[in-house]
Design a protein around this ligand. Sequence first.
Ligand code: ADE
Ligand code: ZN
Length: 336
Amino acid sequence: MSTRTVPKAELHVHLEGTAPPELVRRLAARNGLSLPAHLFTDAGRFHWTDFLHFLKAYDDAAQAIRTAEDYRDVTYDYLARCAGEGAVYVEVMSSPDHAALAGLSFAGHLEGIAEGIGRARDEFGIEARLIVTCVRHFGVERALEVARACVRHPHPLLTGFGMGGDENAAPASAFSRAFRIAHEEAGLACTVHAGEAAGPDSVRDALDGLPVSRIGHGVRAIEDPDLLRRIHEEGIVLEVCPTSNLRTRVYDSFAEHPLNRLAEAGCRVTLNSDDPPYFDTTVGREYAVAAERFGWDAARLLEATRTAIEAGFVDEATRTRLMERIGREPGPAVSR
Ligand code: ADE
Ligand code: ZN
């Protein structure tokens, strides 16, 4: 097995952030919508300059995704590309708040994504699950509404609850009620963005306040040895997105990126694309980055895939099947 052909799995990608500019334009045309002129560069890429500007561009582009069919197509399109790169399992995050802003109900949003996952599985054998996310800078009340909607709309492919958005807008612990509802009443496993745009205190606050088994990014935990020890001891899995961290200027270079130091400190790490067309990456590219920039061989890359499947928000029968597919015995599931 070469580093290129190693089976891949991804736990951290924003569905609205997977649609490339051409697809966003196509959906906008299909929906009779005109997009803001400043959304694209002259070369036809997404235009943004810093992290908050990126979040705004993402929000603007997401408005082109308006119907259940749109969500189905975005989901299918992304999973088809992942399967083409050798991914066997992908968890997509998607935001009912963005769907609602585009006029789509929680149920329509969910059904569209589920249909896209089903089609991709039938055609390419790729397995996928949905993490419904709230948005930190949309506030606690909206997050509560999203969590309650998860309770009202159970679905076998909806297995996770998370939160993205501006990490500096509010502490994660302010959202503890929403996460408790999602976890205890909807039965969803949880993850949250932390330690990306803010430092280790943000990660600690998330671990103290929310029932999470994983942290989205979490890379800035590297700044606090006690926190690293805790992440190791509690078996928290980090959804690391190396290229995203460079593009949003968390780090200036791969040489400064702590991926290897996190792993050496005993943190369980996975490789993820986050928002592929915004950051000029793909899940396959992140595996290539780990090989070329961080010195990972095929066995180490396969270990990341194994960690992702162990930590995946998926039923045990599917986890066992995925482990068999990547040619390893199932390890312990991560639960909290
Ligand atoms: N939403 C989409 N991408 C995100 C990121 N990298 N961080 C926080 N929220 C996001
Ligand atoms: Zn993210």
